[in-house]
Design a protein around this ligand. Structure first.
Ligand code: HEC
Ligand code: HEC
Length: 215
């Protein structure tokens, strides 16, 4: 083999490996993993990975791969509790987790609004989202979750385009201790400082079209 052949062969091999990897991610998503307990993701998270708002199943499409695989590992190690996802995450292999989270992260994320801290808030709920409440040590949600709650980097997940019932369930899980997987208890502190009414209202706010279109 001359150098040219070797480069071509290397490229073909890389292509074969990466397309086999993409195929594995697609298989886990639409048919499930090797272990039958690792059920197909799309049956609950939707055929496009956009979630099912009526059932409170979250969207996974366009979420960062590092965040998604962290959540699956947290369901495995018990720092995040859920009767459906705990056994399911335990049934996935490490390779299946890498493949399916890479596939999901590559899906296009729906656009979020451009609501930032510099903007005027039109009501107390929007004020909490944009600026927080320093008298209770709550920073504005968009400070970590990005403009419009669209997500930021690999570790701050989007709040926009998630079902309101899912968002409030997560805030309540931090309040009652069934979700304890946040770095430095950032979210536990935020959620515990909020009232029941604020949890409901902020979840509805980020799930609503208004937060996503901006003003
Ligand atoms: C039978 C329904 C069901 C199936 C099948 C399912 N999920 Fe889930 N998934 C859920 C529910 C319900 C939640 C919300 C759990 C909670 O409230 O903490 C969830 C949450 C998640 C989360 C956390 C999302 C976030 O924003 O933090 C990830 C990641 C996830 N699922 C990945 C998967 C993957 C990957 C598959 C396929 C291998 C899968 N799920 C299959 C029901 C399901
Ligand atoms: C100091 C940074 C920070 C601030 C401020 C913050 N968050 Fe978070 N939030 C995080 C991190 C980090 C995570 C992911 C934790 C993990 O790894 O599971 C998260 C996760 C969440 C989740 C779970 C999302 C999912 O897909 O499961 C919700 C809901 C949430 N935050 C709501 C809020 C709301 C509402 C506010 C404002 C009142 C807020 N956050 C303010 C850092 C922050």
């Amino acid at each position: 083999m001359n150098t040219f052949d070797r480069v071509v062969m290397g490229g073909l091999l890389l292509f074969a490996v990466s397309s086999a990897f993409a195929a594995e991610g697609q298989k886990v998503f639409s048919q499930g993993g090797q272990n039958p307990a690792a059920m197909a993701c799309m049956s609950c998270h939707g055929p496009d990975g956009m979630g099912m708002a009526a059932a409170g199943f979250p969207r996974l499409a366009g979420l960062p791969a590092a965040y998604l695989s962290k959540q699956l590992n947290d369901f495995r190690n018990g720092s995040r509790k859920n009767p459906i996802m705990e056994p399911l995450a335990k049934a996935l292999s490490d390779d299946e987790i890498t493949a399916v989270t890479t596939l999901l992260a590559a899906r296009p994320a729906p656009p979020a609004g451009d609501l930032r801290r510099q903007q005027m808030a039109s009501d107390p709920v929007e004020a909490l989202a944009l600026y927080g409440d320093w008298s209770r040590q709550i920073p504005g949600c968009v400070q970590c979750h990005g403009p419009g709650g669209g997500g930021l980097g690999q570790h701050f997940p989007p709040l926009a385009h998630q079902p309101a019932s899912y968002l409030s369930a997560q805030l309540n899980a931090w309040r009652d201790g069934s979700r304890q997987n946040d770095p430095d208890q950032l979210m536990a502190g935020v959620a515990k400082a909020m009232t029941d009414a604020e949890v409901k209202a902020i979840a509805a706010y980020f799930a609503s079209a208004a937060s996503q279109e901006g003003k």
